[in-house]
Design a protein around this ligand. Sequence first.
Ligand SMILES: Nc1ncnc2c1ncn2[C@@H]1O[C@H](COP(=O)(O)OP(=O)(O)OP(=O)(O)O)[C@@H](O)[C@H]1O
Length: 619
Amino acid sequence: SYPLVMEECSMDLYGPTLTFQNLCYCITEKQGFFCRKGHKKDVLKDVSGIMKPGMNAIMGPTGSGKTSLLDVIAGRKDPQGLCSGEVLVDSKVVTSDLRLSSAYVVQDDILMGTLTVRENLAFSVNLRLPPDQFSSQDKVFRVNNVLEELCLQDCADTKIGTEFLRGISGGERKRCSIGMELITSPSLLFLDEPTTGLDANTANSIIALLQRLSRNGKTIIFSIHQPRFSIFRQFDHLTLMNKGEIIYAGPANQAVGYFEDLGYKCEVFNNPADFFLDVINGEIDPVLGLPDAGGNSAHVVFQSSVNLYRQSHFCRQLTEQLKQMKQAVEPSVTAVREQSSYATPFLYQLRVVCGRTVKNILRNPQTSYAQLILNIIFAVLVGLIYFQIPHTLPEALQNRIGAFFFLIINMVFGNLSAVELFINERALFIHENSSGYYRTSVYFLSKVFADLVPNRIVPVFIFSSIAYYMMGLKTDVEAFLLFALTMSLVSLSAVGLAFLVSASVSSFAMANILIALPFVFMMVFGGFLVNLNSMLSWMSWMKWASIFRYGLEAVTINEMRGQVFTDNYTVLTGEMYLKMQGIDYSLWGFWQNEIALLGIMSVCMLLAYIQLLRINRWK
Ligand SMILES: Nc1ncnc2c1ncn2[C@@H]1O[C@H](COP(=O)(O)OP(=O)(O)OP(=O)(O)O)[C@@H](O)[C@H]1O
């Protein structure tokens, strides 16, 4: 039978020890769209363990709860689902400081595709090490060190790659993802299925790398799916899970012996990892017969394995160790969830994140080019249709108002592309924000500034210049500047609304539906398609939220004031026309429209920021 002393090769290494006791985690599965209550599903059932410095693997069939266990102990899973149990690191309740000194490598590599491997690593090191303690040289040294350690020198200056741009290979991506976390030298590293989707050799080299790191005193905890033997033999500690319960937790090299003592025979050439799964799935019959099982159907085997593990000396010893450790817990430390703190100050983060966003736009300039070209084509088109509008009635009025309506439609609908802003990089933002790279406000400001200047303000100004002079509107510079300002504010308010939608949903389809609806309503209540005074009173309030109405009124006042239009018999001043339309053409009458547009933009931006803060970061 197995030895009584649970000596693991990593016992004498110095590094953090993670313990978890009686973890029960359940999720509520909602049934149907309107159903508020759903049935509860136990994902983890009374799970306890100790993870020491070294290689700690969590294995089990799919759906057994490996990732859930990893997420709960790494503090990534929604704490609302935690029914009982606690996680301690070195007998202390996990706080934000501990969270900063640990790192989590997610399963699907989340990296900025337009940046090179080196730039991605530099981004991580710049944001996650305090600038007052680490000089630029230190950071460059760390990046080079990680590149060397992960054998990434050959592709260090190659871009990661996007769906349109072929970049580095899958194995290199995975190593880069690990490098993003290793760069801060965390003593506690969590990895979710680090070998999934990789070829055998790459998988082997990644596990060998992790093992090398673990020998330097790091506690490496990872979930893994059926590793081959050369990988399995590098594990120090193994946790085998099935249906949310532990069926073995102990030294990896004693696991085969444990199951053989229960009567299961592992063939000479069989891979232990395959053997465990066969045992769990009830595909191997026990040679001796299970001590307390009446048959070997999968359910009976599962129940028996759980019970047998609970009765084993591994479990008893674990309970004993946990009891001793619990007595050492500092009584003053209470389990409060702290706000995550950041390694770098706000302005420093803003500089680094803005730098990356600008680099990303410069390397992926299609959207900016398309926006600019679209605006130029549209300006020339409007200019040709309404070329040099005369001052004779009735064309003078009809063409001017028609042109303004056309321009404002273009300003509003031409900015639909802004809905992609927060949807595109949602996964990247969630990962980086919850890993403590930067504050939500920093990300929001960097995205907004980097989008507004090249994609909105510059194209609108070019658009206004071309259209204004081709249409032959008022010739003085002040009128042109006020026209350009109004166009920019109309555009920015529409962009604000698009940002709000973008921050609120995670799919383009949903965003398109949500953005089209208010735009169409605003157009109807713009004052051009329907006389607002004749509208049903209970609907008329909508005109106060119409970007079209404010924009249309502002450009009309700006153009009509001081103009004289004539036909053979009549003379009509711009002011008379404005009065007939019920438009207040005083100075305040003009500026109140600009202020309203500014207000719509600010409120939408603020709500977009609040929506970003509300995004669920839990797994
Ligand atoms: N947030 C959640 N919402 C719904 N179900 C969940 C959630 N988290 C976990 N589960 C359920 O808990 C069970 C365990 O999931 P988990 O992802 O931990 O399994 P796993 O062992 O990692 O599986 P795999 O190897 O396939 O990734 C699954 O049945 C899963 O559907």
